[in-house]
Design a protein around this ligand. Structure first.
Ligand code: PRX
Length: 646
């Protein structure tokens, strides 16, 4: 990747920013040298506390007992909505743009407040109490925001499940968190197609006896099956509910939500975020990274089923009293101008999306962009996977008319908010680099022994000190929390990503070091994929890896060994690809399956994935050290099989 290309941010942007380079440098230093003081100042500025904290932070990465704003009392919903009512009750909080261009609505802060309070009472009436887990399986409609905030209002814990997930994935997540109530819709609508959510939910709930109630939002009105003992229409329940519902006073350390994400092995992990630290971090990063200013119209295209939707569509912007746009549809429907038309329709100022969307739209040509004005845009953002300089350049030149800086933000479900990002008022931009650490973040690039490497050398990206947005634990599995993130480099948070830092202090992410695959920015664990493939009666074992793809970033490539006596066929390939799609969700697209007589395993039985990646990408000149393979003969077989399928 070309590392010397620099884009200077236009002077007009820098002079309109609310902090400049000097202030950034001073604040960063302060945030590291006087961490308690810095976070106390931010917690006061960004959050309204019912009662103040007694100390800013305690605990360490050694003991894994980190806590923030101890004994402080607050409520997430109160901070996102109630406290804004005095000043902005008639300001639009949420602009909702439907999949169909003619369908849209807006909710003011006052309207949002009323709906949340009513819905919070519905939940209470159905027996939901503080600490209970509530699963939300909704498409991108305003009710998803209302549901999350209503759950938070009464001190329950939301677990949002991406609405494209299959019934099996939904079931696993409901069971793991032991949710007692599910909120869903009759159908979801995306790209002109219906997604039968209630059917998926019904199927999942066959195996979830502890879910006693299902609240159903009517999105399309299409027929659904109804369970009279269990199901409640959202609109009917809301109509009858009282609108007085005081926000529960929660402890800073009380859980706010669980969000499942893929690990490199095993089943998805329930990432648990607590209230005080997460909110402070979501609010401050939203303001500083996006240079958010009063009155800006802000649009994050991420689905709320992912962390980006949580932190930068709901919590961050609402905490800052912003107008946040929620889009139900997809960038290519009804045509490739959709994003840009929405930007013009609402005069969007800040636009945050994923590299995969940029690449897909770039491929369709400039005319789709150029037929729109986009003159309202001030800043562009990207997240979820590395952005190649080509896509960056197009985003900057064509979408942003050479005028809008790009913030390439690096972070994870676990980190709660953005950890490394260019701050355009402080630094020139380098396409492909994620820039500098955010306030309070101390990243380092280390080698196998955990020692810092020289600038310019690639290594593992770790974070040395706690910050308020970091997850509390993996729900119900503190041991896995410790093993996954803190074992390899003791005393530090292991991100799982590779990176290097150049001599100007800019970070460059090289991708995952583990077995997590990023497909169109969606995070999928090879272990999850293999569990699905291996459960097919014809499969003996399998290994799934990611290989680079121009549009999706990566695609899944699976090596499959069939059981003895079973003939591998094209039909079986199709069946396996469909099985993964059915059991995980349509985003889990297996691009290719290669039959393997055997998988390359080390003498200790570990699959040598590095070798599989090379074979699948046809990088055969240097296969690296294969001397630890139990049977070196498998390599030749795999290569000749690869040649057959090209
Ligand atoms: O590999 C990194 C990649 O996405 C991973 C985190 O995925 P997830 O938990 O789904 O969260 C995505 C949205 C925050 C990281 O470990 N990643 C995220 N942002 C970037 C990135 N890789 C390169 N550049 C980024 N800007």
């Amino acid at each position: 990747m070309e590392k010397n290309k620099i884009y200077n941010v236009p002077a007009s942007f820098v002079s309109n920013a609310f902090i400049d380079e000097k202030k950034y440098q001073a604040l960063y230093k302060h945030s590291i040298d006087n961490s308690d003081e810095f976070w106390a100042e931010q917690a006061k500025e960004f959050i309204t506390w019912f009662s103040p904290w007694k100390s800013v932070q305690s605990g360490s990465f050694d003991k894994l007992d980190m806590r923030w704003f101890l004994e402080g009392k607050l409520n997430a919903c109160y901070n996102c909505v109630d406290r804004h009512l005095e000043k902005r009750k008639n300001q639009i909080a949420i602009i909702w743009q439907g999949d169909n261009p003619d369908e849209s609505l807006t909710l003011t802060y006052a309207a949002l407040h009323e709906k949340i309070c009513r819905f919070a009472n519905v939940l209470k009436n159905l027996g939901v109490k503080k600490g209970d887990r509530v699963c939300i399986y909704l498409p991108m409609i305003p009710e998803i925001a209302i549901a999350m905030l209503a759950v938070a209002r009464i001190g329950a814990i939301h677990s949002v499940v991406f609405s494209a997930f299959s019934s099996d994935s939904l079931k696993a997540r409901i069971l793991d968190a032991d949710c007692k109530l599910l909120i869903t819709a009759d159908h979801g609508v995306r790209g002109g197609k219906n997604n039968p959510l209630k059917d998926h939910a019904d199927k999942a709930l066959e195996k979830c006896p502890n879910v006693k109630h299902v609240i159903v939002v009517k999105r399309t009105g299409a027929p659904i099956t109804w369970n009279k003992e269990r199901d409640v229409w959202y609109h009917e329940a809301l109509q009858n509910a009282n609108m007085e519902c005081p926000a529960e006073k929660l402890d800073s350390d009380d859980p706010l939500f669980i969000l499942y994400t893929s690990g490199s092995t095993g089943s998805p992990k329930g990432i648990l975020h607590t209230t005080g630290g997460y909110l402070v971090y979501a609010a401050i990063t939203h303001k500083y990274v996006f240079n958010y200013s009063e009155g800006d119209i802000y649009w994050c295209t991420a689905d709320i089923g992912w962390i980006t939707g949580h932190s930068y569509l709901i919590y961050g912007p609402l905490l800052n009293g912003a107008t946040t746009l929620m889009f139900e549809g997809v960038p290519q429907y009804p045509n490739f101008s959709r994003f840009w038309e929405i930007i013009d329709k609402y005069n969007v100022n800040i636009f945050y999306t994923a590299p995969t969307a940029i690449r897909a739209l770039h491929k369709e040509g400039d005319q789709w962009v150029k037929q729109t004005s986009r003159k309202s845009l001030k800043l562009l953002g990207t997240v979820g996977e590395p952005i190649n300089p080509d896509a960056w350049e197009w985003y900057h030149r064509v979408v942003g008319d050479d005028r809008c800086p790009i913030v390439d933000t690096w972070w994870q479900t676990e980190t709660g908010g953005i950890l490394i990002s260019p701050l355009p008022y402080a630094t020139p931009l380098k396409p492909g680099s994620v820039g500098w650490p955010f306030f309070g973040i101390s990243p380092e690039v280390v080698d196998e022994q955990g020692q810092a490497v020289e600038d310019g050398k690639t290594g593992k990206l770790i974070i040395k000190k706690p910050w308020p947005g970091l997850m509390k634990t993996i729900y119900g599995d503190q041991e896995r929390f410790k093993e996954t993130y803190f074992k390899e480099v003791p005393g530090c948070y292991l991100t799982g990503d590779g990176a290097d830092r150049d001599t100007d202090g800019y970070f460059w992410i090289t991708g995952r070091n583990d077995d997590i695959i990023k497909v169109s920015g969606h995070r999928i664990g090879s272990g999850e994929l293999e569990a699905v493939l291996n459960s097919h009666p014809a499969v003996a074992e399998s290994a799934a890896i990611g290989i680079p793809d121009d549009i999706r970033g990566n695609i899944i490539y699976a090596f499959v060994t069939t059981k003895s006596g079973i003939q591998p066929t094209e039909l079986l390939k199709k069946e396996l690809i469909q099985k993964v799609r059915d059991e995980i969700g349509p985003h889990a697209i297996v691009g290719n399956i290669q039959w393997a007589k055997d998988l390359p395993k080390t003498r200790s039985g570990k699959i040598m994935r590095r070798l599989l990646r090379k074979i699948a990408s046809d990088e055969l000149t240097d296969l690296g050290d294969t001397s630890t393979l139990a049977d070196p003969g498998v390599v030749g077989d795999l290569i000749s099989e690869r040649k057959k399928i090209k």
